[in-house]
Structures are given as C-alpha cells and as structure tokens.
Design a binder for this molecule. Sequence first.
Ligand SMILES: *Cc1c(COP(=O)(O)O)cnc(C)c1O
Ligand code: SF4
Length: 336
Amino acid sequence: MITASHAARLSPPGPDWRTLWREAVTDPAELLALVGLEHLADRLPADDAGFSVRVPRGFVARMRHGDERDPLLLQVLPQLAELQQVDGFGTDAVGDMDARSAQGVLHKYDGRALLIASGSCAINCRYCFRRHFPYGDEMAAAGRWRKALEHVRQDGSIRELLLSGGDPLALATAKLEELSQGLAELPHVIRLRIHTRLPVVLPERVDEGFQRWLAELPLQKVVVLHVNHANEFDAGVDAACARLREAGATLLNQSVLLRGVNDDADTLAALSERMFAAGVLPYYLHQLDRVQGSAHFEVDDARARALVEALRDRLPGYLVPKLVREVGGEGSKRPV
Ligand SMILES: *Cc1c(COP(=O)(O)O)cnc(C)c1O
Ligand code: SF4
C-alpha cells in the first residue's frame, strides 16, 4: 500500500518552498484574474490600508473559479469595508504590547512562553492582527534567540515554549536548528508548540530537512495549524500533515470564525471532519480579534454560541472546537 507520505517521498522533488514563497501573488488584480473575476477589479480599494496582498499560487488553485464568494478568496482579497473605521476595532486588539516581558517573548499565561520567531507570513489574511502589530524590530529570529531564550532559561515555571509570529516556519530550517541548540540548555522546557499556517498555505515547506529537524527534537511536539475552511485541504496539505505526524507531532487546528467564510454549521462540521481525515483535531474556534479593518468579518457572540451548539449536536465531542476570545490581561483565552 502506498500511503500519502510514502507517495510524497516517491514523487520527484517539486520547486523549493522559498521559490514558491517568492512567486506568491501580490497584485490583487492578478488574483482576481486568476480566479476568473477580472470584472471585479474596479471594486478593489485604491489603498491597501497598509497591508499588502500575499497569497501562494497553490492556495489560489484551491479557490473556486468564478465565485466571488469563495471562502478562500474572501480571506485574502482586500475589501472596501476594510477602510471603514468601526468603534471598538483598534490596532492592539489583544494587548500584546503590554505583555511583552522580554524582546521577542510574550509570557502571558502560566507555564507557557510564546516566542515571536518570525514576523513574516506566506499569506496575508485580511482579518489578522498582524496588519497592525509592529513586529519588524523584535523578531527573535534576527539573531535575538539568545536574549529571548535567556528569559525562558531564568523562569523554571515555563514548561512549554510556543513558536509563533508571523509564521515560525518562515524561518529557514538552519535558523530553527540554531533554536534547538538553545533549547538544549532549557531542561525545564518539555514541550515545543509551533503555531503555523504554512503547512496549509504552502505545504512544500514541510520538506525533508524540516521533517528531520522536527523528528530529532528531544521534546514533546505539538503543531497547531490554522485552517478556516475544508476547501483549504488538498493532497499536498494531507501529505504535509502526514509528514508532521511521522515526525512525532500532535496536530491541532485553530480557526477564526469569519462572516461569509465559515459562519454556518454545515461548513464548520465539514471542516472538523476534513481535518480529522488529515489527522488533525480541532482545538480553538476564535472570535475575531477586533482589529481595525476586520469588522466586516465579525460574527456576534450569540450566533457564534449557537453555531458551536449545533456542532455539539451533530459531531463527536472531540470534533467540536472550543469557542474562545483573547482578552488582553487575562490568564487564558476566555471561553465565549
Ligand atoms: C494563545 C496564547 C498561548 C497559548 O494558549 P493556550 O490556551 O495554551 O493555547 C500562550 N501565550 C500567548 C501569549 C498566547 O497568546
Ligand atoms: S499570522 Fe496567521 S492569520 Fe495572520 S496573516 Fe499570518 S498566517 Fe494569516
């Protein structure tokens, strides 16, 4: 029998992920043309509100041709609505600026420290807080591992180190190898958790070198993916998930509840089923961070709760994500 990961190994190597990264679509008019919607170009905002378009071509290929309501397209296409100022939608929605306890480290929750490993992403999701977070000057990756890890080393209560960003897999595997050397000096850290959307939007990133790095880490490993709709999965994503699991990682997913993208029970149920087929369990369903430019994606709490109730009625408990919201200054994500 040829398993998905076996097949991935037998197939000839495709283009390097860095090449695919560079070749991402960055022109919104081209994006529309690629999905057969060039006639909508005059609806694009004249101004990108300081957040450019970026979407890997493999992700564009999973969009339905000619469908302006396609759930993948809506996540990346700039809308005029982004330019509206809406009360309550600001530029530091989750209070990260206060929580920074060392450069490149967010230590908000007991036992867990989050390292901002990289400020970049392969995709720019329109609803993301990253639109406004000035990551540029505090990436732990830019030669600043030392300082960030020193903070972790001095706090024996930190059991789990989270790599986030941006997207930590934006870093070259050689950079990640530097990090694992630093980790060896932190005996109290027993688990590494990686928050990444790259295995989904650019599954080629999970190449042999990365898989080997992950497999050889002498820690418990969790990879938290970010998928919002079942259509984001394809054979390439399945193969990337299989490689991550082979490397010993437990795979979880967090989604953001987004109006027009995944805010109905059928869509969310299909997402849970599809991720389980790829060996991924649902973890969180996030209420949107209220960042400027994202108000048109918001789903109110009453509807959000009703959606999760509907999921509970029709899915096994382990396929129902926890509905949460991140609130600045609290000790955990707050259940909605
Ligand atoms: C979300 C988050 C975590 C992880 O929280 P879990 O509930 O364990 O998933 C840790 N640190 C920070 C700063 C976070 O925002
Ligand atoms: S941090 Fe995640 S949600 Fe934000 S742009 Fe990057 S991939 Fe998208």
